[in-house]
Design a protein around this ligand. Sequence first.
Ligand SMILES: *Cc1c(COP(=O)(O)O)cnc(C)c1O
Length: 416
Amino acid sequence: MRYYSTNHRSQIVDFREATVKGQPEDKGLYFPETIPVLPKDIIKTHSKEEIALEVITPYIDNTIEKNELRRIVEETINFNFPLIQITDDIFSLELFHGPTLAFKDVGARFMSRCLEYFVRNNNRKVIVLTATSGDTGGAVANGFYKAAGIDVVILYPSKKVSNIQELQLTTLGENIHALEINGSFDDCQRLVKQAFADDQLNGPLMLTSANSINVARWLPQQFYYFFALQQWPDKDVLPIISVPSGNFGNLCAGLLAYRSGLPAAHFIAACNSNDVVPEYFETGAYKAKKSVQTLSNAMDVGDPSNFVRMLELFNADYNVLSKLISSYSISDEETRNTIKEVENYLLDPHGAVAYASLKKHGGKGIFLETAHPAKFNDEIEPPPAVSVLLHRKKEATQMDADYNQLKDYLFSHSLK
Ligand SMILES: *Cc1c(COP(=O)(O)O)cnc(C)c1O
């Protein structure tokens, strides 16, 4: 498989280069040249490991040796993805059984292992530099923990991530380094962008990003849509799939799976008050906005990076897109009420947005429960994998939102 940039159909690369580079120089996103069509009976006859391997193999080609790819896939999905019935018509696909209790574990675990494979014979360390508003940091830290030849530097905004989220990225040690920035998430992201654009850094150091637009994080997210269909009990009705969306990587992975043959009836782009995509479906025009803060903070995105992939998947044909996808914007008040109203199941704020959207739309379907509710509510007891964190000591380097400080840190750090 080869990948082109969505900006210019040039800059063709293979999976290895797309993973290591992250983003094409023209600032588009890498997109597969062809979309594989999978055998019809794949979800009936295959185990979850076999499905995952079948789904991902065409995208990898021969950039990863076969047995190694099998190992990487098996390690990526070595936890459960249960489909739980909530009402007659609504099912929850629980994506929070991974080590950091969020669906981002799948992408982070897959990408870290691919990158580790690709830099194996490098004589220099690669530095993965990432800004996080909360969930990405934990998943990346955990996914890359002890990866050979890779150092990870994570910037997070001081006092603006939850307690558990902070512990997840500041207590591992080894090759994981946390920078606590006196500033906002936007400051963190600006500093990271500045570092990638700085030739003085990029010559001597090998910097890369673990951003959610990386194909190695995006593509494996197709897996759990197939796992959902494998567990879908209704032989006569295909499910509507409601996806809580921020940067739209997750939904675009579902749509990619659909184009490869995933049997689904319809998709819902479930959003909080950050409603550029619901507005696109209403008006046909896309207008980026400044993000607003909500209860489902991992979805507070005003200009979702993966929207271009959504267009690319359907040749930007508004009629095709709006037939297959509906989109809803759910307020914080509706989110709170939904969590209260659903008494037999504990929703987290992100899952609640998807649940409420599915309910609004009507019909029979699945919503993606993308994080464990304990991550966002201190009154809920977290599972053991996370509660052990509460006894660990936070280790972070404090820093102002000042690029020169970051640069000094990266230089002195890389000498060790
Ligand atoms: C990142 C995240 C989302 C949004 O996913 P996108 O792929 O950015 O649309 C939803 N829920 C949770 C819990 C997340 O961490």
